[in-house]
Design a protein around this ligand. Structure first.
Ligand code: AMP
Ligand code: MG
Length: 420
């Protein structure tokens, strides 16, 4: 049996006890409830996933209109027109975009027309003004034109009854344009999940306060709340909760009504004040796991009143990395999104990257361009309390579970953290 020292807590973890990262993630994803779709205006739907097909009821363009500024003509009139022998025709009127009535075009006569203006009755083509000459009501046409030229036909873009966007589609700005053109004002979409962030620990004070002896500022609360927002969720914070059974229960209880997901930090492992597993177990269902990753080994997942709970270790780097690995995908799944993982680039390691004995090692790295590719350089010491090392990181380089070392010069896969 392989034995090695655990997560800096002096306990010994056997390789067999470790839960694979992907298994823990899958168990979390499997525990997530489906989200009911809500109706939102198309602008508010931007970035959200549609909960139902959107069917249009309009014809677009709604009427035949000019694609260019020029002359509405009868194409047959211009047969045989050349630069040497232009066809000259009188202009009998003008039609602009927004016109509610149009002059009629009859053979041998043309009408001046602007882009978007309705095509006059009798005309079957538009000749761009740039290809004509003359004024004073007599225009010279220098070439023949095909019937239908520069005319936008009704229904070319959309027909009534057409599915404009499919359920599951994430609404893009162009979709908002399409929906608006079709007169669709509101759509059903999956709402952003409300995520309650709960920081627990007797040593914590609000980040805006001066810590007393033995105290530290709560950095996880604000950090995780902003990670929730960056992942597309709506963060709420429960405030700081002391390491006390009743206080923890009260915090869960009072936040349950507006939580689609709880994310907790601190109190997750084996210390005498690590009460979270107990409390979650008492209020619902809990699974603790030593997950095969570094940092972030002790993990909790559970359910309280049907609401999923994810418990992360308190060390800020462990909390950050395990949020990336477990919580971000969960938040995106709750949004109905299929793209749950970060983009990955392959980079050349500029230093040896050590493995972590049977665990997946996430190394905080800076990415830099090199010729056509990237280099990955560790941001410094990798202690799981070193916030400056995550702040400086562009990505997490992944040293797989059974790799001892990725040598300097070799390639490593890096999950890119930088938000677009
Ligand atoms: P715990 O998981 O409660 O054993 O905490 C592990 C380490 O993370 C300890 O050094 C805690 O002081 C620290 N820690 C726990 N929660 C927070 C937090 N919200 N902000 C900053 N550090 C924390
Ligand atoms: Mg603690």
């Amino acid at each position: 049996m392989t034995r090695f020292v655990g997560h800096g807590r002096g306990e010994v973890t056997t390789a067999e006890e470790l839960v694979p990262v992907d298994a823990h993630l899958q168990a979390i994803l499997d525990s997530l409830p489906g989200q009911d779709a809500i109706e939102l205006t198309v602008i508010d739907a931007l970035g959200l996933v549609l909960g139902a097909d959107v069917v249009g009821h309009t014809t677009l363009p709604p009427f035949a209109n000019a694609a260019m500024d020029g002359y509405a003509v009868v194409a047959d009139d211009l047969v045989g027109a050349t630069v040497e022998q232009p066809v000259r025709l009188p202009v009998v009127g003008e039609v602009v975009a927004g016109a509610q009535s149009t002059p009629e075009v009859t053979p041998g006569r043309v009408v001046r027309i602007m882009t978007g203006a309705p095509l006059p009755r009798g005309a079957d083509a538009v000749v761009p003004v740039e290809t004509t000459s003359g004024s004073d009501g007599q225009i010279a046409f220098h070439r023949a034109v095909e019937a239908g030229a520069h005319v936008r036909l009704p229904g070319e873009d959309l027909e009534p009854g057409q599915v404009l966007l499919r359920a599951g589609r994430r609404v893009q700005p162009a979709d908002v344009g399409l929906l608006s053109a079709a007169g669709v004002a509101r759509v059903l979409c999956v709402p952003p999940p409300r995520v309650v962030v709960l920081s627990s620990g007797d040593e914590l004070v609000q980040a805006t306060r001066e810590p007393g002896p033995g105290q530290i500022r709560d950095s996880n609360g604000p950090m995780l709340a902003s990670m929730v927002r960056a992942a597309g969720g709506i963060p709420f914070t429960s405030g700081i909760v002391p390491d006390d059974r009743k206080a923890l229960m009260y915090a869960f209880d009072t936040n349950l009504g507006h939580a689609d997901l709880f994310v907790c930090t601190g109190g997750a492992s084996a210390g005498t004040r690590d009460l979270l597993p107990d409390v979650i177990g008492a209020m619902g269902e809990v699974h603790t796991a030593k997950v095969a990753m570094r940092p972030g080994m002790p993990q909790i997942r559970g359910l309280i009143g049907g609401t999923p709970v994810i418990g992360l270790p308190g060390n800020p780097v462990s909390a950050f990395v395990s949020f990336e690995v477990f919580v971000r995908p969960a938040i995106r799944r709750l949004q109905g999104r299929r793209d749950m993982a970060r983009p990955v680039v392959t980079a050349r390691a500029t230093e040896d990257l050590r493995g972590a004995a049977n665990k997946r090692h996430f190394v905080r790295v800076r990415l830099a361009r090199e010729n056509d590719g990237w280099t990955a350089t560790p941001t410094g010491a990798q202690g799981s309390h070193l916030l400056s090392s995550i702040s400086a990181a562009d990505g997490l380089a992944v040293v797989p579970e059974h790799v001892e070392v990725i040598a300097a010069g070799d390639h490593v896969r890096v999950q890119v953290l930088v938000e677009g």
